[in-house]
Write a protein that binds this ligand. Structure first.
Ligand code: PLP
Length: 348
């Protein structure tokens, strides 16, 4: 494994930032109607939220064209990534995923005893699906695919991924993390969620943290075969961690079509600006389908972060493939301009 992340010393100490571009948050959210619904739900905070939870589950099932028994809710998709990582690896086995990719599930699985089988991304930054299929063996308990991928922002062709899921899920469940899919114009078409209704052992995770701009409100879900959900829910409770207010916000946000379109369009506009500007500065960003962009820098990651945080611009730094990388989230256009100015001065 050659994937390493640097964290600035003060990252958990609430640094004062002018541009917070370090956590792939949506600067426009939550949707106005979600905020309104959240306020109205506050007075129901004395009650457990089972009613709202089943209402949201039904609404999501209808949207994803599955049954409610195919849905497990969680306070953010992190909760579901972690629960799958824990429950599937209570018995020894390995997990196959790309490197670099999003590490939440992998880290939890490793900490309960799983072996990680990393497969480098292909040269076009897509998942190397042939190599991943070849890495699956009799001890593989799960395959994790993040599409589009974090931290690279790159997309894997949905037709090829669909075939991969159909074949490989006969050997081990395939977990497809679609946290950023809705930032693509045809995101719904690229989703693997229909494979669940077709009966494949595929798990699709989605979140309200990104396109819905609700990262701090904590709502996510996964769509999977009922047997897998039952297995997880005999050990841990799905949805217990979601508050009455967050459920109300998520219900309202699902109807906020104008807000979701605005988020996607503004994100694309800012991404275009940042991509063009860093290219003009001589960097080679990975083409992004998401709300963040990554590119190699010629400076030690730790030093780079220190300098950027001194300028009150929060970004992330990684090291892989013998290079240091800057990952920047798409904030507002004003934040993007603060970022490009800080970058020019730090790396000049
Ligand atoms: N999956 C990916 C690929 C992510 O980048 C993130 C957060 O950044 C998550 C899942 C978890 O997000 P949340 O727990 O807020 O749903």
């Amino acid at each position: 494994p050659f994937f390493k992340e640097y964290l600035p010393a003060n990252v958990y100490e609430r640094p004062v930032l002018k541009a917070k571009l370090n956590a792939n948050e949506n600067p426009y959210g939550p949707a106005p109607q979600a905020i309104e619904a959240l306020k109205n739900a506050a007075s129901s905070g004395n009650r457990y939220a089972w009613g709202s939870l089943s209402e949201l589950t039904e609404k999501i099932a209808a949207k994803e064209k599955v049954e409610t028994k195919n849905i497990m809710m969680g306070p953010g998709s992190s909760d579901l990534l972690e629960k799958v990582g824990i429950v599937l690896f209570m018995k020894p086995g390995n997990v196959v995923s790309a490197d670099p990719s999003y590490m939440s599930l992998i880290h939890v699985a490793e900490s309960v005893g799983a072996t990680w089988k990393p497969v480098p991304l292909a040269s076009d930054w897509s998942h190397d699906l042939d190599a991943m299929a070849a890495a699956v063996d009799e001890n593989t308990k799960l395959v994790y695919v993040c599409n589009p991928n974090n931290p690279t922002g790159s997309i894997t062709d949905s037709g090829k991924l669909r075939e991969f899921c159909k074949t490989v899920s006969k050997k081990a469940p395939v977990f497809v993390d679609e946290a950023y899919l809705e930032f693509m114009e045809d995101g719904a078409k690229q989703s693997m969620v229909s494979l669940v209704a077709e009966g494949y052992d595929v798990i699709v995770a989605r979140t309200f943290s990104k396109i819905h701009g609700m990262a701090g409100l904590r709502v996510g879900y996964m769509v999977a075969q009922p047997a897998l959900i039952e297995k997880i829910q005999t050990i841990t409770r799905g949805g217990m961690g979601i508050t009455q207010t967050s459920l109300a916000a998520a219900l309202a946000s699902m109807d906020a079509a104008d807000f979701l379109t605005m988020s996607r369009e503004k994100n694309a506009e800012v991404r275009e600006y940042v991509t063009t500007t860093v290219k003009q500065m001589g960097y080679k960003p990975v083409p992004s389908s998401t709300s963040f962009l990554i590119f190699p820098i010629a400076m030690d990651g730790k030093e780079f972060l220190k300098n950027m945080y001194e300028k009150q611009v929060g970004v992330r730094a990684f090291e892989f493939m013998d290079k240091n990388w800057c990952r920047v989230s798409m904030g507002t256009m004003d934040e993007a301009k603060l970022f490009t100015e800080a970058l020019a001065s730090v790396l000049s």
